[in-house]
Design a protein around this ligand. Structure first.
Ligand code: NAD
Length: 264
């Protein structure tokens, strides 16, 4: 099927480089005719994001740090002025101090707990509020989550708590905005080698464990996450909202490692 996103305009938040999940999503959307705008966090990331944005013909590339509400408002003011409306957003933003993405969750500090929650959880709600104001004819939003929200993943710690809050936000936002024809969903991706992913202690072990123990016996690519995002952001999923959609080679359905794994 071609041109699924033709005539649709949307904002991609969270590209850091060409390994980013948001980049895998952006490529799929652009292939299907979407017009894209991108945000980047600070000038160092800007230097990587601008050439990527150019590759997919993005019309706007704007700075945005979600720790600063004024920076978030300014992005949507610009979108309002330049586009007048918005059809979709992709929120692929997460952060926690890597010194706390190891050891015990119980040792999480107050400061890092708050910072992690603001960046990785609250920012989606704030962005959704601004985006919804521009979605006059309905729209779609997605965010990225991880199964550490519902099950214990070693070292994921406070990020798991933030992702649990993020997933609950998806359901509340879906209910708030559903009557206006705006759908809100999340993709729960399996481990992918990205900058953010590398901040988690023993990430390589998580990656190879999933490769050996998921039903598909492999991890997922950013293009596969992109394909599922295309479904959730296009009219193909017009009856779907408030959903946490797993794109993880089926890992979340497994309760026990294989016998070979136990013997390792
Ligand atoms: P990434 O490092 O490529 O992307 C993370 C993005 O968050 C970066 O673009 C960074 O600039 C942005 N960010 C962090 N703090 C910010 C701030 N204050 N303001 C604005 N932007 C900020 O890594 P990724 O793995 O592609 O992460 C994207 C999303 O996917 C995150 O929410 C992450 O938790 C989630 N996720 C990742 C994996 C994985 O294994 N990599 C699995 C499931 C979910």
């Amino acid at each position: 099927m071609d041109g699924l996103m033709k005539g649709k305009r949307g904002l991609i938040m969270g590209v850091a480089n060409d390994h980013s999940i948001a980049w895998g999503i952006a490529k799929k959307l652009a292939e299907q005719g979407a017009e894209l705008a991108f945000t980047y966090q600070g000038e160092a990331f800007g230097r990587r994001v601008k050439p990527l944005a150019e590759k997919v013909g993005a019309s706007l590339v704007l700075p945005c740090d979600v720790e600063d509400s004024a920076s978030v408002s300014s992005v949507f003011e610009t979108l309002g002025k330049e586009w007048g409306g918005l059809d979709f957003i992709v929120h692929a933003i997460g952060f926690s101090d890597k010194n706390e993405l190891k050891g015990l969750y119980a040792d999480t500090t107050r400061d890092n707990f708050i910072r992690t929650m603001v960046i990785s959880c609250y920012s989606f709600t704030e962005v959704a509020r601004h985006a919804a104001a521009l979605m006059k004819e309905g729209g779609t939003m997605i965010t990225l989550t991880y199964a550490g929200s519902v099950r214990i993943m070693p070292n994921y710690n406070v990020m798991g708590v933030a992702k649990a809050g993020l997933e609950a936000s998806v359901r509340y936002l879906a209910n708030d905005y559903g009557p206006r024809g705006i759908r809100v969903n999340a993709i729960s991706a399996g481990p992918v080698r990205t900058l953010a992913g590398a901040g988690i202690a023993d990430a390589r072990h998580m990656f190879s464990y999933q490769q050996r123990n998921s039903p598909l016996r492999r991890t997922v690519t950013i293009e596969e996450v992109g394909g599922s995002a295309l479904y959730l952001l296009s009219d193909l999923s017009s009856g779907v909202t408030g959903e946490i959609h797993y794109v993880d080679s089926g890992y979340h359905i497994v309760s026990m490692p294989t016998l070979e794994e136990l013997k390792r």
